[in-house]
Ligand binder design. Structure first.
Ligand code: CDP
Length: 235
């Protein structure tokens, strides 16, 4: 058989570089990339804009009622990957702000929000040939994924990376605030009742604290080839 497609799940802690590695892998092997975190961020932004989410507090009932009115999609932008679209509006830059980061984990604990987004995510994966990154992809969204990676790095390394990333995008934030946010989201994400952040039993761990982007990408491509081999599939 040729052109066999698989599902690749990349999970891990906040700012561990999951999104960049998932995006690079998808581009290298011609797969679709879906950033599940962007979907939680988009719902959070919608809630903030409609007075239902502020300062870490969420009007859960109203937000759940509004879920059918919230449309999320991804638009490919030549040379730039893809942008997150919220009800037809490009919100890619806005959803990355520290303001959204400070509220997103509180929105992501709500089971009805998770069920709604997991269903959308599963629809994206129906045709396989997809790389998705998040917190619960290998455990809840695609427990049957052929390749599962769990990424980690120290909180300080992750905060440093996110701080530089925000600076490059021209989004204002202090390193201390970014570090505090990383630690707070780690705590909320790992201790929530509904699909907490946990390594799937069959996921392969990757600590990329001391890896360059090139080393990381080579590691992933190698893992992808070995996964196809293990399943008797061809690229
Ligand atoms: O990129 P970063 O690590 O900052 O986070 P993200 O992937 O954009 O996700 C933002 C937040 O959404 C996380 O801190 C989680 O609270 C939530 N999330 C989740 O609960 N489940 C997912 N599959 C993806 C994100």
């Amino acid at each position: 058989m040729s052109n066999d497609k698989i599902i690749i799940a990349i999970d891990g802690y906040s700012s561990s570089g999951k999104s960049s590695m998932a995006r690079a892998l998808a581009a290298a092997i011609g797969y679709r990339y879906v950033d599940s975190g962007a979907m939680y961020r988009a719902v959070t932004l919608w809630g903030m804009n409609h007075g239902m989410v502020a300062d870490g507090a969420v009007d859960t009932e109203s937000l759940i009622e509004a879920l059918p009115d919230i449309t999320i999609d991804f638009m490919p932008i030549p040379g730039e990957g893809q942008h997150t679209m919220l009800n037809g509006e490009d919100v890619e830059l806005e959803i990355r702000s520290l303001k959204v980061s400070d509220n997103v984990s509180q929105v992501a604990v709500i089971p009805a929000v998770r069920h709604h987004l997991v269903e959308l995510q599963q629809r994206f994966g129906r045709e396989k040939g997809i790389v998705m990154d998040g917190r619960d992809i290998g455990t809840t969204v695609f427990p049957e994924a052929e390749m599962k990676i769990f990424v980690d790095a120290s909180a300080e390394t992750r905060a440093k990376r996110r701080f530089l990333e925000l600076q490059e995008k021209g989004i204002e934030a202090s390193y201390d605030d970014v570090l505090a946010n990383v630690k707070q989201r780690d705590h909320i994400d790992t201790t929530r009742a509904e699909s907490p952040l946990v390594k799937a039993a069959d996921a392969v761990s990757l600590d990329n604290s001391d890896m360059t982007i090139a080393e990381q990408n080579a590691w992933l491509i190698d893992m992808y080839r070995r996964t196809l081999d293990a399943h008797g599939m061809k690229a």
